[in-house]
Design a protein around this ligand. Structure first.
Ligand code: ZN
Length: 257
């Protein structure tokens, strides 16, 4: 989360979120009007139901490059925490026989449409996006998981319950959201907010390798158990070539998820 996420794509979803419930109306009203006038809300992708057949997991580390996401003196930058967590998830899935595709494997920016394009180019995949949270109330804490397609709800439930079975990790629940990386995805897609960088205690925990490792293990275990047994096959890993900055296309939209 960051100021630049106050954007078209997040406006409707953000308004449902407790940490932003107090966001002033001057923000919501003009955007809603703009949507109505311009009709610029793109329709959702048709989602393939791979919820119990997937062999490939697209792991999306939120933000990157000039887009730090949220940042705090206790937690550092969201982009770094998200990348570190994504890089910890991938080998655990490969060890279980899955193919993995990272939308980024370094500190560079990938537009949201680039991220969904990477996902939509796969065969038989799911998409898992890793973020960390912020809110105006420093006491806000816990993990929440978002989905858009009903085909992703069970995976979202499982990830949320697995992560929040970690000691001291509270659940804020599983929620639907109209985030661009979710609604334009042709595969079941979820977005995990792994903790609040605006909460000093929680941010300090998010900054530790131990927490990120536990978070990554929980997410990977949920993905593995949701899929059920895989037939033996060679797993592979990749960083999507379309994720390179050179292929990023026109200037990015302000939305960051
Ligand atoms: Zn974020």
């Amino acid at each position: 989360m960051s100021s630049i996420e106050r954007s078209f794509d997040n406006a409707s979803a953000e308004s449902k979120r407790a940490p932003h419930a107090l966001r002033p109306l001057w923000f919501a009203v003009p955007l809603a009007t703009l949507f109505a006038l311009a009709g610029c809300e793109t329709p959702s992708a048709t989602v393939k139901n791979t919820s119990h057949t997937y062999r490939t997991v697209v792991i999306d580390a939120g933000h990157g490059g000039q887009d730090n996401g949220t940042r705090s003196r206790w937690g550092g930058t969201e982009k770094a925490a998200a990348l570190d967590t994504a890089l910890r998830i991938a080998p655990k899935l490969r060890a279980a026989g899955f193919n993995t595709v990272l939308t980024r494997n370094g500190d560079y920016f990938v537009p949201l449409d680039g991220r969904t394009r990477i996902s939509n180019h796969q065969e038989n995949a799911i998409f898992v996006s890793v973020h960390f949270n912020e809110g105006p109330n420093r006491k806000a804490h816990g993990v929440e998981t978002y989905y858009h397609s009903p085909f992703a709800q069970e995976l979202a439930d499982r990830i949320e319950s697995t992560v929040t079975s970690l000691p001291g990790v509270a659940s804020r629940g599983v929620k639907t959201a109209n985030y661009r990386v979710l609604r334009n995805n042709e595969y079941p897609a979820v977005l995990i907010e792994g903790g609040f960088f605006s909460n000093p205690k929680e941010a300090a925990r998010c900054a530790t390798p131990a927490y990120r490792e536990a978070l990554a293990s929980s997410i990977a275990n949920a993905i593995i158990s949701e899929r059920g047994p895989l037939q033996p096959a060679q797993s592979s890993s990749a960083v999507a070539t379309t994720a390179s900055p050179a292929a990023a296309g026109p200037a990015p939209l302000p939305a960051t998820r």
